[in-house]
Design a protein around this ligand. Sequence first.
Ligand SMILES: *[C@@H]1O[C@H](CO)[C@@H](O)[C@H](O)[C@H]1NC(C)=O
Ligand SMILES: *[C@@H]1O[C@H](CO)[C@@H](O)[C@H](O)[C@H]1NC(C)=O
Ligand SMILES: *[C@@H]1O[C@H](CO)[C@@H](O)[C@H](O)[C@H]1NC(C)=O
Ligand SMILES: *[C@@H]1O[C@H](CO)[C@@H](O)[C@H](O)[C@H]1NC(C)=O
Length: 235
Amino acid sequence: MLLLIAAAFFDVAWAANVLAPNISACNEPIGLPYAEKNYRCCAPVPSYVPRLFRPVAPSVGDNIRVRRTSHSADEKYASDLARAYSLMKELPPEDPRSFVQQANIHCAYCNSVYSQMNSSERFQAHHSWLFFPFHRWYLYFHERILANLLGDDTFSLTFWNYDHPNSTNIPWLYSAALSPYPDLCTAIRDASIDHPNSTAALDYGSDTGARPRDIQLSENENAIEGHGYLLCGSE
Ligand SMILES: *[C@@H]1O[C@H](CO)[C@@H](O)[C@H](O)[C@H]1NC(C)=O
Ligand SMILES: *[C@@H]1O[C@H](CO)[C@@H](O)[C@H](O)[C@H]1NC(C)=O
Ligand SMILES: *[C@@H]1O[C@H](CO)[C@@H](O)[C@H](O)[C@H]1NC(C)=O
Ligand SMILES: *[C@@H]1O[C@H](CO)[C@@H](O)[C@H](O)[C@H]1NC(C)=O
């Protein structure tokens, strides 16, 4: 999530209007992550009129879900999360809750798959005001699916409090170097980034060759404030 936010600063289409996606106009994805083979990730056209979703306000007595920081996650939490992803990966690929379909959703809305309505421009949920609403609903349902697979309605995702000095590296449960759970980490990630003592480069996407920690932290602050683009932008 964080890397996506940071990446979004670097090729912002300033003030571009974004029209709704035309889900009947499905194209090949553009700009899939490094090393990923191109594939068609369009969702099946629904046989029903999509319903407007509104979160239900909590009532007294409801279970409160607490989102903890990733760095403070304990072994119990990490093993539950790993089990949830393992269950998600065991679902048949065509199941809308499956890991494959969860990945397809990000591909479809974030890799320029759909055309915009009445336009040949592609729809992309990054680089505009849509970034936060899209990822909020995506993560909302993703979290609910994980909770449902675990049979634990109180289950929640953690968040990366990357601006705390103790939390500037990849959270341990997602680090291939530290996590005992292959379902939570990827061996594809550059080992120098995954390293437990590496300061994550929040200005990801610009020239982020290895920097001394104090300089990287200062660049991270710039990126968090949205100034990263102005300092390092390539436009
Ligand atoms: C697309 O264009 C048609 C014809 O001009 C118009 O009726 C329709 O409202 C437009 N749809 C969108 C989503 O802009
Ligand atoms: C949506 O895409 C389909 C298929 O390309 C096309 O026929 C239709 O005119 C498009 N609708 C709009 C509103 O752009
Ligand atoms: C940050 O790390 C220091 C040194 O290990 C520790 O004393 C402190 O409690 C940590 N703070 C947080 C908020 O994790
Ligand atoms: C991380 O850095 C600390 C302090 O320099 C060091 O003690 C520790 O061994 C390092 N951990 C790894 C896995 O490199």
